[in-house]
Write a protein that binds this ligand. Structure first.
Ligand SMILES: *Cc1c(COP(=O)(O)O)cnc(C)c1O
Length: 217
C-alpha cells in the first residue's frame, strides 16, 4: 500500500481526540512529501540534525515533533521551529529549552518523558521524580516552555498484559499531573506495534512510523 493509503486507513481508525504523529525518521524527503500531499502536517523525528535538514527543505506549515532523546547542546538547532518536544527527561534540559526558546521569543511545548518500561535503557522520570518536579516551584520561572503532557514507551514485548500494565501506569500519572498543572492535554503513548492498546488505555497522541512509511532499514 502507498503512504497515502496507509495514512487514510490509520486516520479512519483513530478516535477523533487522538493526534497522529507520522514518524519519518530515516525516511527520505520524498516520503514526507507524499504524506504532506495526502494532507498530513505532523511529523516526528528522533535526531535533531536530520529534523533540521528536513525542516529547511520542506514546506513551513509542517509541525515538527522531536520524539528522540535530546542532548542539551543541540537544543539551539531546533529552537526556532520545533513544535513539540516529547522526550524531556530533566529540569536541566527544560532550562536549556527555555533559554533557547527565549532567543526566538517563542514558547516551546514539551512533554515530560516517564520511564514505564522494564528495560533499563529507556529514558525518563520515575513517578517520584516527576511529582517532585511538578511541586518544586522550579517550573514557574520558565516562561518560554509549556508542559502540555506526558510521553512514555512500553517494553518491547509480545506480552500485551505487560504493555497494558505499563500504559495504565502512565495514564494514572497523567491524571495526577493534570490535576496539578494547568494546560495538560497530551498523553503521547503508542507506536506501530502497540497503539491499539495505547488508545484503549487513554492515549491522545500516537507516534507511528513503520505502519505509515514501511519498515526502516
Ligand atoms: C521510531 C519511534 C517511533 C515509531 O516507531 P514505529 O514502530 O515505526 O511506529 C515512535 N516513538 C519513538 C520514540 C520512536 O523512536
Amino acid at each position: 500500500m502507498s503512504i497515502r493509503d496507509n495514512l487514510t486507513k490509520i486516520k479512519e481508525s483513530l478516535p477523533s481526540n487522538v493526534t497522529l504523529v507520522a514518524v519519518s525518521k530515516t525516511k527520505p524527503i520524498a516520503s514526507i512529501q507524499e504524506a504532506y500531499e495526502a494532507g498530513h502536517r505532523i511529523f516526528g523525528e528522533n535526531k535533531i540534525q536530520e529534523m533540521t535538514e528536513k525542516w529547511e527543505t520542506l514546506p513551513k506549515d509542517i509541525h515538527w515533533h522531536m520524539i528522540g532523546h535530546v542532548q542539551r547542546n543541540k537544543v539551539k538547532y531546533m529552537a526556532q521551529f520545533v513544535s513539540l518536544i516529547h522526550g524531556v527527561d530533566s529540569l536541566k534540559l527544560l532550562k536549556e529549552i527555555n533559554k533557547q526558546a527565549k532567543k526566538y521569543d517563542r514558547t516551546i511545548s514539551c512533554l515530560l518523558q516517564v520511564h514505564i518500561a522494564e528495560e533499563e535503557s529507556k529514558f525518563g522520570f520515575d513517578e517520584t521524580e516527576l511529582m517532585d518536579l511538578i511541586s518544586s516551584g522550579e517550573l514557574e520561572p520558565l516562561q518560554h516552555i509549556k508542559i502540555t503532557g506526558l510521553m512514555g514507551m512500553a517494553t518491547f514485548t509480545e506480552d500485551s498484559q505487560q504493555i497494558i500494565k505499563e500504559f495504565r501506569t502512565l495514564k494514572s500519572l497523567f491524571d495526577k499531573v493534570e490535576a496539578k498543572l494547568s494546560g495538560i492535554k497530551d498523553l503521547s503513548m503508542g507506536m506501530s506495534g502497540d497503539y491499539h492498546i495505547a488508545i484503549d488505555e487513554g492515549s491522545t497522541m500516537v507516534r507511528l512510523g513503520s505502519s505509515i512509511f514501511g519498515a526502516r532499514n
